[in-house]
Write a protein that binds this ligand. Structure first.
Ligand SMILES: [Zn+2]
Length: 426
């Protein structure tokens, strides 16, 4: 299948090209971006998309989420993190079955596609149901079987994860990683076994870390240490780590993180809603630590709209540092695209619009009351555009949404199904 996109305003997020170019054509051949140039003159395309006046940019990469948690939207108000998990979420999660997980994930996949996300990094359980939903919608999935052992059997969970790893070893669209829930829910043995698995298959580890102050205290107790940062050095020396949150890492501690292969998945909306604080992203960047963005699950993150996350990211850093020059919009766009690809070890395949890379891209229409006039395209995308400005999404060369219509015929039925699931759990 050959798709020719004509006349777009290109935000390619590559080092090689100009940051912004007008009247560019993109030729997609099967899953690959074959050519990016002015006036591509071919006749044997299967599909022509006229993108005149519209922005084409790489699909957004959500580097931390729990997509089956769509059904827990709006359950958090008035709770702190630990109370919300212990008293509300975990008892409901115990009752979930595979079908529930499938529909809850399907809702999230639709939400992601319709808000410009083309790849997500998830952490949950009943992973086969999550992957089925992602496959149905056509979104690129990074999944795991979350490991923790303060409750439940670690052997069974490790076995389940290893089976998944082997099943998807050669998959283009599904990548399995090693998900460690956190150091406050995993003992030394669990962490070591997980790291062994990551080394055996050369996978990255995805883990919550330093989300709030209680967590830090719980880690100290469980691992008998004064400093949880030391545990990162102890357990994860040669491991590529995707750490969600990192709110409670102090400026002076960042220096020691530089020796490790760490990526921070910044989830500002979830952190704010849970009253956790605001991660010092600007200092991570100063220390040359890669920062990408995430929504977290909808329970704490409200929704999966990465445009909203970009806007919060930029505003918060300017605010807490009392410096309006910090984090220019283009840097924030990098976090949501190419930095996300780096975080997930996929830089050579996705995260920018470049010949030879996989065709994961979105067409954004900025002709709307909230976005006109466009004086600076990067600022407009970060501060004013929202997911519903995304008109068309292409993932791995396939059109998964065109003019805001996905390939799912019965979205309404899925909404209703999710409503039924959550009322049966409460
Ligand atoms: Zn999370």
């Amino acid at each position: 299948m050959k798709i020719l996109i004509k006349n777009c305003n290109l935000v390619s997020m590559t080092e090689e090209r100009k940051k912004y170019e007008e009247n560019i054509d993109i030729l997609i051949n099967n899953e690959t971006i074959e050519k990016v140039d002015k006036n591509i003159d071919i006749k044997d395309y299967d599909k022509l998309i006229d993108a005149t006046g519209k922005v084409v940019m790489p699909g957004l990469i959500n580097t931390h989420t729990h997509i089956p948690m769509s059904i827990f939207r709006d359950t958090l108000d008035g709770y702190g993190l630990q109370e919300w998990l212990n008293d509300r979420i975990w008892p409901m999660e115990d009752k979930l079955n595979e079908e529930d997980i499938y529909y809850a994930s399907l809702l999230s996949c639709i939400e992601m596609i319709k808000t410009g996300t083309t790849c997500f990094n998830d952490q949950y359980f009943m992973t086969n149901a999550i992957i089925s939903a992602a496959t149905k919608v056509g979104i690129r999935a990074h999944c795991t079987r979350t490991l923790m052992d303060i409750s439940g059997d670690i052997e069974e969970r490790l076995e389940e994860l290893e089976k998944l790893i082997n099943k998807y070893l050669n998959s283009d669209m599904v990548t399995i990683n090693v998900g460690i829930h956190s150091l406050y829910t995993c003992t030394k043995e669990c962490v070591e076994r997980a790291v062994d698995l990551a080394k055996k298959y050369n996978l990255y580890v995805h883990m919550h870390f330093a989300e709030n102050s209680n967590e830090i205290e719980d880690i100290k107790k469980l691992h008998n240490t004064n400093n949880p940062i030391n545990l990162l050095e102890k357990y994860f020396k040669d491991i590529h780590l995707v750490l969600a949150h990192c709110v409670k890492i102090k400026k002076e501690e960042m220096q020691s993180l530089k020796t490790l292969d760490i990526n921070v998945a910044h989830c500002p909306i979830s952190n704010l809603k849970l009253g956790c604080g605001i991660a010092k992203i600007n200092d991570f960047i100063k220390n040359e630590i890669n920062v990408s963005l995430g929504t977290d699950g909808q329970g704490s993150g409200n929704n999966l709209d990465m445009f909203e996350v970009m806007s919060y990211t930029a505003l918060l850093q300017k605010g807490i540092n009392e410096d309006a020059t910090l984090l220019p919009a283009y840097e924030v766009l990098k976090m949501a695209t190419i930095n996300g690809a780096k975080a997930l070890n996929k830089e050579s395949k996705i995260g920018s619009i470049k010949e030879g890379k996989n065709a994961d891209l979105i067409i954004v229409n900025l002709k709307s009351e909230k976005t006109e006039p466009v004086n600076d395209v990067f600022s407009n995308l970060v501060y004013n555009a929202r997911g519903n400005n995304v008109e068309t999404s292409i993932i791995n060369g396939k059109i998964v949404m065109e003019n805001r219509k996905t390939n799912i015929q019965n979205e309404e039925e899925i909404y209703n199904k999710c409503k039924t699931i959550i009322s049966s759990l409460a």
